[in-house]
Write a protein that binds this ligand. Structure first.
Ligand code: 6PG
Length: 221
């Protein structure tokens, strides 16, 4: 069984600070051990406090950014300058100030049609992780959110047909806004060395209780 830890914090500021702390320690540890740190980020509003902290001291100077590779757990299929773009929000919140080489940013092409964007992202994952046929990437750290319906990344509870387990990334439609999206798949997310769910808000209390107690195993999160 993977080790699970539940950390309850007082407010959004503490959530952001703890999350940024996890990012910083993981970055240092992985770079020290294997010279690179590979992390997948999520969209939505909850991680944005962490993103802003990563753009400031001490993270800005202490994270080994030149050895940090950023991927996304999911993306909405809109151009990067659209308010719903996960990459766009991350760019505005922190990416634009980071001393991060351009090639360390592995975003999902929201400006492509969903299927093409999923295929392009899968190719990028295969190239970066040097994957052979049937192999899956292993992220050092994945930040995920939870929706009050129990979705995570863009894996929605009402997605219909079971997802193709051989895919690394897939095109889906759903969520709010209900648009085309690209998401990492379960076999990729579940192989991560560490997953941090950032969850805030009274409206999510019920679903979080169900997830922690395991009473609704059908929920994606
Ligand atoms: C996306 C997501 C999604 C998000 C949750 C929680 O929509 O792009 O990555 O899974 O993490 O919906 O969103 P909030 O943080 O806004 O509540």
């Amino acid at each position: 069984m993977p080790k699970t830890e539940v950390i309850v914090v007082a407010d959004a500021d503490e959530l952001a600070a703890r999350a940024a702390g996890v990012f910083m320690s993981a970055a240092s540890a992985h770079v020290e051990q294997k010279r690179r740190f590979v992390v997948a980020l999520s969209g939505g509003s909850t991680p944005r406090g962490m993103y802003r902290l990563l753009a400031a001291s001490p993270a800005l100077s202490e994270v080994p950014w030149e050895r940090t590779h950023l991927f996304w757990a999911d993306e909405r299929c809109v151009p990067a300058n659209h308010p719903e773009s996960n990459f766009g929000a991350a760019w505005r919140d922190f990416l634009h100030v980071l001393p991060l080489p351009h090639e360390n940013i592995h975003c999902i092409r929201g400006d492509f049609p969903p299927e093409e964007a999923a295929e392009a992202y899968e190719l990028e994952l295969r190239r970066f992780f040097q994957l052979g046929e049937g192999e899956f990437p292993i992220f050092d750290l994945v930040f995920l959110g939870v929706g009050k319906d129990g979705h995570t990344a863009s894996l929605f509870p009402d997605a219909g047909a079971a997802p193709d387990e051989s895919r690394l990334a897939m095109a889906v439609k759903g969520g709010t806004p209900n648009i085309g999206r690209v998401t990492l798949t379960y076999p990729v997310l579940n192989r991560a060395r560490q997953i941090v769910f950032l969850v805030a808000g009274r409206e999510k209390a019920e679903v979080v209780k169900a997830l922690l107690e395991g009473t609704r195993p059908e929920l994606p999160a």
